[in-house]
Design a protein around this ligand. Sequence first.
Ligand code: NAG
Ligand code: NAG
Ligand code: NAG
Ligand code: CU
Length: 396
Amino acid sequence: MLIRRLTYALLLARAVAAPTTDKTSDSLTELENLIEQARSTQEDILDDRTSAAEKRRQTCTHDNLTVRRPWGSLSKKERKAYTDAVLCLQSLPAKTPASVAPGAKSRYDDFVATHIIQTSNIHYTGTFLAWHRWFVYNYEQALKNECGYTGSQPYWNWALYANDPASSPIFDGSAYSMSGNGAPIANKGPITLLLGDFAPVYLPAGTGGGCVTSGPFKNMQVNLGPVSLPLNNGSVLTGTGLEYNPRCLKRDISAGVNSAYANATSIINLILKNNNIGDFQMVMQGVPGSGSIGVHGGGHYTVGGDPADDVFVSPGEPVFYLHHGMIDLVWWTWQALDYKNRRDAISGTGTFLNTPPSPDTTLDDIVDLGYAGGGPITMRELMSIHDGPFCYTYTL
Ligand SMILES: *[C@@H]1O[C@H](CO)[C@@H](O)[C@H](O)[C@H]1NC(C)=O
Ligand SMILES: *[C@@H]1O[C@H](CO)[C@@H](O)[C@H](O)[C@H]1NC(C)=O
Ligand SMILES: *[C@@H]1O[C@H](CO)[C@@H](O)[C@H](O)[C@H]1NC(C)=O
Ligand SMILES: [Cu+2]
């Protein structure tokens, strides 16, 4: 424990020593310190499970936590192992019956179909954070158990590349990236986001727009969607989403969106300035009418294109799982700041912005990923990353 505290002290010292003229790097360091602080808190919690009865009950100790790391911290070999496993999942047969989703052709599609079917009950609801924690975890399990992946789910720290995501190790298009930008399409208008009667939000177009042509996913076929895909001319492409609609993966990587909504300062403020879970998850998803799409929208719309821009079909974009790894890390970091009071904090109902009105979400409510797998589980079991089914942590 002493060594951990010293490590933390050294990190703080590094923060103080960072050049004060470089605001971006200052904020990045502050964000990384918050992440390290959460890790240190977790170590203390695991150490402090003192009573013998409690120790017997725990299967998760700090010696066997799975460590999730940011993409850029993985070696080339590890990155390749991850994308190979994703391609493997895309080559395995679907478990979803054709009567449920005729377009679901692969194990990968099982996750996309589940998300499409449940979208209205897992965003702007009381289940948003826990549902996506369980979703990413079971995707990680499928990569391990069905595709022989021995690593862990990597995450995308949006703040690291906010001014130039297209050149980042995630999107640089190399064999060790998550594939590059879409082919450039000139003179695109902004993406117009409409939400009920609220004022529209206009997002700056990116520098791609067409099919992805480089990296591991250049030949990927997107099978499901669209349900509600905003285009660059103000119109929206719609559909049931569950039909078979084979097409290429498109991206329109936007530095404008990343730097405006998912920069280091916006992440820090989200974590430090929202003291209750209702505010925290609302600001994270973007308070409707505020003009902000939050860091959650920030990540999705930074990638852009099809299916990343489609709220329903977004898990059809492989970067979804790195993005939601970061969402989970930000939630965990927020929880760790006041673990006692925040571990089980939930707020909201079972329907998108409570429309139509529905009962408050409780810890007894069941989350079920259908054919994606994982089985039904209570909200209560999803509240901590080292309890219930979980035993993982995040490092830099
Ligand atoms: C962690 O270690 C404990 C004690 O050795 C064991 O009971 C448990 O199954 C392990 N958990 C995981 C997730 O590996
Ligand atoms: C917007 O673009 C799409 C795809 O390029 C096209 O099919 C549609 O007709 C356009 N809509 C308008 C209103 O221009
Ligand atoms: C960072 O994000 C916040 C909140 O989204 C925004 O107000 C601010 O302008 C952004 N900073 C930069 C440098 O773009
Ligand atoms: Cu989602």
